[in-house]
Ligand binder design. Structure first.
Ligand SMILES: C[S@@+](CC[C@H](N)C(=O)[O-])C[C@H]1O[C@@H](n2cnc3c(N)ncnc32)[C@H](O)[C@@H]1O
Length: 341
């Protein structure tokens, strides 16, 4: 129990945007891809990134201090290198690249979060909807480059969670999986690789289909993963033994959440499983800071959308007719919540 006041945590959080923006800017400049496997002096790296000399040492050394670069030697002779993490996840030539996510944070959310106070006072979204008046997906999907950026970002957010789900959930009793809002069919690709007996449908809006198909073909999984286009509010969901929704329910208000849960119930056979993969908030709403901040992010993005607890999921699914429930912790703040019909 703390007895003396200390300002450290207040100041650390108050300035957390400095560290955040330094990392996001490094991604924006593609610093980690430029470095690749090489070691470069500050002068060499600064020249490759076309930076003014004033900031180079401060910028690169701050990234060293934050743990996002290594440096051999000091001063002008010092050579900067990627860390194991940045080489794996932020060098765009790596197969495990997740840079789409920080790119999206930088290009969209960093600016939108400037308007958190307005969002809290008005309950209104502060994303593209505020400036353009268009629904978020329409806005994103109107531009080929924003669509690509958004889909890659989703991939970065969920890859480790889908791998954990493939390990932790017992898929042996099931034959078919429909992933609703499947984006680039990542869930299908990851679980298909781990469980060869399963067949998948990845369901999403029509503009997403060619992007998903390209990734499926590249993975050689075309015979086991079918891409189906549709609107999950207007169309029935493709029936399957397991229905999955990764970060789908949190995009919508309560009425639409319940509609999607009812549609999942309708698409499942008796004994079928409905699995959501989200940053589930702990039931007491005290611990999962990431999940709670994600819910504020949904306010910024959509207005009435919100993240939820395992108890909320259970209550809504019970109302829809589901009978048995479980929660599997996945990576970090994410969990899978499961309801059986
Ligand atoms: C937040 S992303 C989640 C993507 C992926 N499931 C994951 O876990 O990373 C939401 C997805 O829902 C899709 N989506 C949004 N509205 C939709 C609709 N009305 N019908 C079908 N898919 C929709 C989007 O295209 C996007 O791929």
């Amino acid at each position: 129990m703390q007895t003396q006041p200390h300002p450290g945590r207040i100041l650390e959080t108050a300035t957390a945007f400095w560290a955040s923006k330094a990392l996001l800017t490094a991604v924006e400049l593609d610093l980690f891809s430029v470095l690749g496997d090489a070691g470069m002096t500050a002068e060499e790296l600064g020249a490759r990134l076309a930076l003014h000399p004033r900031g180079t040492y401060d910028f690169f050394d701050a990234l060293v201090a934050l743990g996002f670069l290594d440096r051999e030697g000091d001063g002008p002779e010092g050579r900067y290198r990627n860390t194991l993490d940045t080489r794996t996840f932020l060098d765009r030539n790596s197969p495990a690249w997740i840079g789409g996510l920080p790119e999206m944070f930088n290009a969209r959310l960093f600016g939108f979060w400037n308007h958190l106070g307005t969002a809290l006072k008005t309950g209104q979204p502060q994303s593209e909807v505020r400036t353009h008046g268009k629904p978020i997906f329409e806005e994103l999907y109107a531009s080929e480059s924003k669509l690509g950026q958004f889909l890659e970002a989703m991939t970065g957010a969920q890859a480790a969670n889908f791998a954990a789900l493939a390990e932790k959930f017992d898929f042996s009793a099931y034959q078919t999986v429909s992933d609703i809002g499947g984006a680039l069919a990542l869930l299908s690709r990851v679980i298909a690789a781990r469980h060869p007996h399963l067949r998948f449908t990845s369901f999403d809006l029509p503009p997403v289909a060619p992007h998903a198909q390209r990734h499926i073909d590249a993975a050689g999984l075309g015979a086991r993963i079918q891409v189906v286009s549709g609107d999950f509010f207007a169309d029935p969901l493709p029936p399957a033994d397991v229905i999955t929704m990764g970060n789908i329910l949190h995009d919508w208000n309560l009425e639409k959440k319940k509609l999607l849960i009812a549609k999942a119930y309708a698409a499942l056979p008796e004994g079928g499983a409905f699995i959501v993969i989200e940053n589930l908030i702990d039931d007491a709403r005290r611990e999962n800071a990431f999940g709670l901040l994600m819910s504020l992010n949904m306010l910024i993005e959509f207005g009435d959308a919100f993240d939820y607890t395992g108890a909320d999921f259970r209550a809504w699914c019970s109302e829809a007719g589901f009978r048995r429930f479980d929660i599997l912790p996945l990576e970090g703040p994410a969990s899978a919540a499961i309801a059986w019909k």
